[in-house]
Design a protein around this ligand. Structure first.
Ligand SMILES: NC(=O)c1ccc[n+]([C@@H]2O[C@H](COP(=O)([O-])OP(=O)(O)OC[C@H]3O[C@@H](n4cnc5c(N)ncnc54)[C@H](OP(=O)(O)O)[C@@H]3O)[C@@H](O)[C@H]2O)c1
Length: 338
């Protein structure tokens, strides 16, 4: 294995945006390790993608106890890369983890209890091989646990020095409002909310989450901005390339590539072409057009995809006319299961 030395030009490429009213800036594009960073994928390929991302200025790597397969494998993988390559750059990395989505049958391996959140965080820190994460998230609102208890666990994580900031993910807007108020009164402001947001999933617009983020001063980390690859040109003809996510993922099925999807994706692809860019680049610019969005959190299965997606930031902003055209086909729920 060659010794890694980060690209000296790495901070020239990307824009860094403040997360809400905080002092923390995140790169406009961030990399998540949800898919293809488990134990079932070649380590050297995964390592190359992570190091290439860092060389491009992607400082923010999103993880969770659940990511694999098996669960926890993506954090164990990242721990290997941190030890072998990125340890000298730890101060330049924003590492996250999440807990709360089920990772096993035990009642302590799910939900929002103090027990499950803090035990999982300790486990993640061991797997990642770091003394702290930069952002610790509750992965999904848990109606069976008092919000006070969940928020108290997030506050403890910060007080114990195990997390610098806290976030919530997939929280309904009214619960995010309550969590933000509780966290503020505990002196640990909500840094970010992580919702799904793309041309095909416009829930954050209709649910009031974008408005809440600007009113409360937290940032939004928009996940699956490419709708898991549906907003790229790879499925336009309705076929599934053998190495694509829809070929092997429980979360994206070939049945989703129906006639409605193909029609809308083709129309969006035409708009992208008229602007001289790809559908993926249009989709990323579209998510980032909103100032409430701190970063678009992408996945990647090759370094080429990272280069291509980072190049989205080189195009002129979308015009009102582009946005009106996109609205005709950017219809909530198209092909993206909610
Ligand atoms: N909080 C939550 O509950 C939650 C849920 C889901 C995701 N997330 C986070 O968000 C991250 C990103 O989610 P995501 O992977 O669904 O994001 P995405 O950016 O919508 O989809 C990424 C996938 O699209 C394909 N792709 C990317 N760029 C491409 C390009 N230029 N051309 C063609 N195909 C391209 C790749 O898949 P293939 O090449 O394999 O087809 C890639 O893995 C996750 O890793 C995770 O950190 C959070």
């Amino acid at each position: 294995m060659t010794i890694y030395r980060a690209n000296d030009e790495r901070y020239q490429r990307l824009e860094y945006r403040r997360a809400g009213g905080s002092g923390l800036a995140l790169p406009a594009l961030s990399l998540g390790l949800w898919q293809k960073f488990g134990a079932d994928y070649p380590f050297e390929r995964q390592r190359e993608i992570v190091l290439h991302a860092f060389d491009l200025g992607i400082t923010h790597f999103d993880n969770a106890n659940r990511y694999g397969p098996p669960h926890r494998a993506a954090e164990q993988f990242f721990g290997r890369v941190l030890r072998a390559d990125l340890a000298p750059y730890r101060d330049e990395l924003i590492l996250t983890t999440k807990a709360g989505n089920p990772i096993g049958p035990s009642p302590y391996l799910r939900g929002g209890s103090r027990k499950s959140l803090l035990a999982s965080l300790d486990h993640s820190l061991r797997d990642l091989g770091t003394e702290y994460v930069d952002i610790f998230y509750h992965h999904r609102f848990d109606p069976s646990t008092p919000l006070d208890e969940t928020v108290g666990a997030l506050v403890s994580a910060v007080q114990q020095g195990k997390a610098l900031y806290v976030g919530v993910s997939n929280y309904p807007t009214d619960r995010a409002r309550e969590a933000a108020a509780l966290l503020r009164s505990a002196g640990v402001p909500l840094l970010v909310h992580q919702p799904r947001y793309s041309i095909f999933d416009r829930t954050p617009e209709t649910s009031g989450l974008l408005d809440l983020a600007s009113a409360e001063g937290f940032g939004l980390v928009a996940y699956s901005p490419l709708a898991q690859g549906l907003l790229t040109d790879k499925y336009l003809d309705g076929a599934v390339p053998p190495d694509a996510r829809a070929a092997a993922s429980a979360f994206l099925k070939p049945e989703q590539l129906d006639d409605v999807y193909r029609e809308r994706a083709a129309a969006l692809n035409k708009i992208a072409h008229d602007r001289g860019q790809s559908l993926a680049q249009l989709a990323l610019q579209w998510v980032l057009r909103r100032p409430e969005i701190t970063t678009a959190l992408i996945g990647a299965s090759s370094t080429g995809q990272l280069d291509h997606n980072v190049a989205a930031l080189d195009f002129p902003p979308l015009t009102d006319e582009d946005l009106a055209r996109i609205d005709q086909y950017g219809i909530h729920g198209t092909a993206q299961r909610s």
